[in-house]
Design a protein around this ligand. Structure first.
Ligand code: S3P
Length: 197
């Protein structure tokens, strides 16, 4: 896959994963490598609302934020192909998951609890992590969300290594996914019960 064929796949690449998984950092670098535009869904939601995510949560509540998030992501996915970093809760929405399935290749950046905790503790702008002990909250979110994130087309481990090494794994993962999708059915036919002696 080169930057030309990346554009030719005609779809977006959507990064999903928990807060601190590196979706924006990896997404920006992946977009540069593929020659695609990069969009951060949270930034778009803030631009559409004219205020920060914290303010949306504070003044309008989480449900209003989720409505805006669903609408903004649907609009972006119906536009030109791009690399889209989504907020950690976005992929939990069934309509958003359906939109992503239809318009994009999804990549789950999977990170362990310790890494997520260290990364998220550098910024205190995430309303969900202010509702109690951040480590406990992240742990609970991992239990709730990892089975759903696992529906993504590609899963890549996000670790403490160089961002470009993670970008490379994402790139290889997408390439393998595209190759498998393009390959003719190779599954062995199931042996019929009637054929047994
Ligand atoms: C959220 C993650 C945040 C942001 C909001 C809610 C979540 O985005 O959308 O605070 O539900 O996990 P990041 O994953 O980019 O931090």
């Amino acid at each position: 896959m080169n930057s030309h064929s990346a554009r030719a796949i005609g779809s977006s690449i959507v990064l999903v994963g928990l807060m601190g998984a590196g979706k924006s950092c990896i997404g920006r670098r992946l977009a540069a490598r593929l020659g695609l535009a990069f969009t951060d869904a949270d930034t778009e939601i803030e631009a559409a609302a004219g205020c920060s995510i914290e303010e949306i949560f504070e003044h309008h509540g989480e449900a209003a934020f989720r409505d805006g998030e669903r609408r903004v992501i649907a609009r972006l996915l119906n536009g030109p192909g791009r690399v889209l970093a989504t907020g950690g809760g976005a992929y939990m929405d069934p309509q958003t998951r359906a939109q992503v399935r239809e318009h994009a290749i999804s990549v789950w950046l999977r990170a362990d609890l310790d890494l997520l905790h260290r990364r998220t503790s550098r910024r205190d702008t995430r309303p969900l992590l202010k509702r109690g002990n951040p480590l406990d909250i992240l742990n609970r979110l991992m239990t709730e969300r990892y089975p759903v994130y696992a529906e993504a087309d590609v899963t890549v481990v996000s670790d403490d290594g160089l961002p470009d090494a993670t970008v490379e794994r994402v790139y290889q993962g997408i390439e393998a996914y595209l190759a498998a999708r393009a390959a003719p059915e190779t599954a062995e036919p199931q042996a019929s019960e009637d054929a047994s002696p």
